[in-house]
Write a protein that binds this ligand. Structure first.
Ligand code: RUB
Length: 316
């Protein structure tokens, strides 16, 4: 029941749902930390009761945002390490599992950045969409290799995550030109790479990322500008191995249009899908911490790392 969920876990879930914590890697880390919080504050008097609480906390955390597979993948990672015959052992192993997930995220992002940086040459211009810590890791690693880069940063309506990217690139010493989303086609002529992150990578190599990624990739392909997706393996979606599809989140219309504007226009529908799906034929490379892959071959890695089954022990 909801009463078993600790208020700090509830607060974490609300921060993810409201996008105060956002981006696939960040919500994965927050969800794992939420499980550790639940474990630490548990007053369960039996291992059974402890596991019941942890499942309730996991359901609450996973239900916040449906598209980024890093969220259930992170929760599964912690559940696989939650082990013991006593509440004390279960508590400790859950906390250790969350810490191990955090360490894996950090290491994976560093390793991925070093690989992605190899694609970038001194003097290159990179065009970005949304805000991806995996994508930024590639640019930061290239900077550390002494390469000088510049960036064209798409604003990314409606939430303007491009502003976060612009600030972080400026702090990393990369000159930034901020553009509105509609200007991307024009500025692709100045770009040597399109570099984006991902919320999920499906078994067929499709890239699920912030709405607008697909049209950006199609435009880039038309100009032969390489489209690189930086996505650590926590973004691979094992459920798609067995035919499940990715659920695209639709968010509130208030993100798109004010009440006043909507009233002035009159009765209309407003659609606000947060993500879209870019087919593998528009993607040149998926850069992971395990190397760079053509999208069509990512299925091998997904199978190797996750096996066939979409296991969701918290749903039982
Ligand atoms: C964020 C988004 C990012 C991916 C990857 O969407 O689409 O490109 O999550 O980010 P939102 P990272 O702002 O709606 O969460 O590389 O940091 O995991």
């Amino acid at each position: 029941s909801a009463a078993e969920i600790h208020p700090d876990v509830e607060a974490t879930a609300e921060r993810i749902a409201s996008m105060e914590v956002r981006g696939a890697a960040a919500i994965a880390e927050a969800a794992a930390a939420g499980l550790a919080t639940q474990a630490e504050h548990s007053s369960a008097d039996s291992p059974e009761a402890f596991r019941r609480e942890l499942r309730a906390a996991a359901r609450r955390l996973v239900d916040t945002r449906p598209t980024a597979v890093s969220l259930p993948n992170a929760v599964r990672f912690v559940f696989e390490r939650t082990d013991g015959d006593s509440v004390a052992e279960l508590r400790r192993s859950t906390r250790d599992g969350a810490a191990a997930l955090r360490a894996q995220l950090d290491t994976a992002q560093d390793d991925l950045g070093a690989i992605g940086a190899n694609r970038l040459r001194d003097g290159d211009t990179v065009l970005t969409h949304c805000h991806s810590t995996d994508a930024l890791a590639c640019i930061e690693a290239a900077r550390e290799q002494g390469k000088s880069l510049s960036a064209i940063v798409k604003e990314t309506r409606p939430r303007k995550q491009g502003h976060i990217t612009a600030r972080q690139l400026r702090e990393a010493g990369v000159p930034v030109t901020l553009i509105v989303d509609g200007a991307a086609g024009r500025y692709l002529d100045d770009a040597d790479h399109v570099l984006v992150g991902a919320d999920s990578i499906t078994a067929d190599g499709s890239v699920v990322n912030k709405i607008g990624t697909r049209s950006l990739a199609v435009n880039a392909r038309e100009r032969d500008t390489p489209i690189v997706v930086a996505a650590q393996t926590l973004k691979l979606d094992p459920a798609t191995l067995s035919g499940h599809t990715v659920d695209i989140e639709h968010r509130a219309e208030a993100e798109v249009i004010s009440d006043d504007d909507r009233e002035a226009i009159g009765e209309i529908d407003v659609a606000n899908p947060a993500f879209d799906v870019t087919p593998p034929r528009y993607v040149d490379a998926i850069v992971t911490e395990r190397g760079q892959f053509p999208p069509e071959s990512i299925v091998m890695l997904t199978r190797e790392l996750f096996g066939e089954g979409p296991v969701r022990p918290w749903e039982q």
